[in-house]
Write a protein that binds this ligand. Structure first.
Ligand code: NAP
Length: 321
């Protein structure tokens, strides 16, 4: 079993794989789908994934509400969990961030959120008022740790003038390794935890896609850089090779991909979304799988080739607020 990790000075130690809850509430779901998602949460918690990551932006608060429902159903759950949420704001004021924290607390139905993040920076803006609000919320016992997400080093340095930044959340996986160049070493040297999101590269490393992509015309995944014309075809041979390594190792590619991230120096934890009990249990099993370092190195070598086909844009979503 992988050892537990700590994020910031104030939180409890938790397993290094977290449940990403961005899908919870994004699509309109009926009661039977909601119960499937609640079941994925229950399976995660039972299997040792105790860190849940959400945001106001996920379904305009629906993801936070569903987690609130999950917590309300069993009072013993909260104390076993690390709950993280985020605010994605346009109003660059202390008041806007303070209000966002209050609204998240209400939707989650909890007094104290373990990690609260600035979800996205605004380019060329003074982000310090948001960080000031987070520091005040920490002093008032409303949050335990302060996070920033999708920040550059310059943006981290700016907000660090007014707040102690505990964690940076960034996209990082076998098909997105740009943070290795600067962000991961920078944070590692300064004791800022790194949480890697999109651990399965939006499902590619779950072995879910064939060469011929069959998303509906308005599917959000078309906006992901890896699926662009010219890039996906170039990447696909590496995806096949990843799958071959997993098959030989007798493990799911998703488990190897999660463990590869956690094997990299300076990375604290990885986030993976799960929409079903089956996916949740597979991700929990990654905490326990016995994996030889040589297999992870083999994946790293395939990734070195794959990365040559991926343009170094700021993020895989083309989202720049
Ligand atoms: N801070 C940010 O700006 C930011 C941005 C993106 C993500 N995140 C966080 O990171 C979390 C994860 O990122 P993500 O959802 O982008 O991508 P991801 O976790 O890399 O991929 C999610 C997809 O992987 C598939 N999957 C999950 N478990 C699997 C398993 N055991 N076997 C096979 N496939 C599996 C599912 O595919 P199917 O759909 O086919 O079932 C799911 O849709 C989010 O929920 C969110 O909390 C944060």
């Amino acid at each position: 079993m992988l050892g537990k990790v700590q994020i910031g000075d104030n939180t409890q130690r938790h397993a290094p794989i977290g449940l990403g809850c961005s899908f919870y509430g994004v699509a309109r779901y009926d009661e039977s789908e909601a119960s499937g998602l609640l079941d994925a949460m229950a399976a995660s918690l039972q299997g040792g994934i105790t860190h849940f990551d959400t945001a106001h932006a996920y379904g305009d608060g629906e993801s936070e509400r569903l987690i609130g429902r999950f917590l309300a159903a069993d009072a013993s759950r909260r104390e076993r969990m690390l709950l993280a949420s985020k605010a994605n704001l346009t109003d660059l004021t202390v008041e806007a961030m303070s209000q966002a924290i209050e609204l998240s607390r209400n939707r989650l139905g909890i007094d104290l959120i373990d990690i609260y993040y600035i979800h996205w920076p605004i380019t060329n803006a003074d982000l310090r008022p948001w960080a000031e609000a987070l520091e005040t919320a920490r002093m008032r016992g409303r949050i335990r740790a302060i996070g920033v997400s999708n920040f550059s080093i310059a943006q981290i340095e700016q907000v660090a003038e007014v707040a102690q930044i505990d964690v940076l959340q960034i996209g990082y996986n076998l098909l997105w390794r740009f943070p290795e160049v600067d962000l991961i070493p920078y944070c590692h040297e300064r004791g800022i935890s790194i949480i890697a999101y999109s651990a399965l590269a939006s499902g590619i490393l779950g072995g879910n896609y064939q060469r011929q992509l069959s998303f509906a015309p308005h599917d959000q995944r078309w906006s992901i850089l890896h699926f662009r014309d010219g890039i996906w075809d170039a990447l696909y041979p590496s995806v096949v090779q990843f799958n071959e390594v997993a098959e030989r190792a007798g493990l799911a590619l998703s488990q190897l991909a999660l463990r590869w991230i956690l094997h990299q120096p300076g990375v604290t934890a990885a986030l993976v979304s799960a929409k079903s009990r089956r996916q949740a249990l597979a991700n929990c099993a990654a905490l326990e799988a016995n994996i030889d370092a040589s297999i992870l190195e083999e994946l790293g070598a395939i990734s070195d080739t794959a990365m040559k086909h991926i343009p170094a844009e700021g993020n895989p979503f083309g989202y720049y607020p």
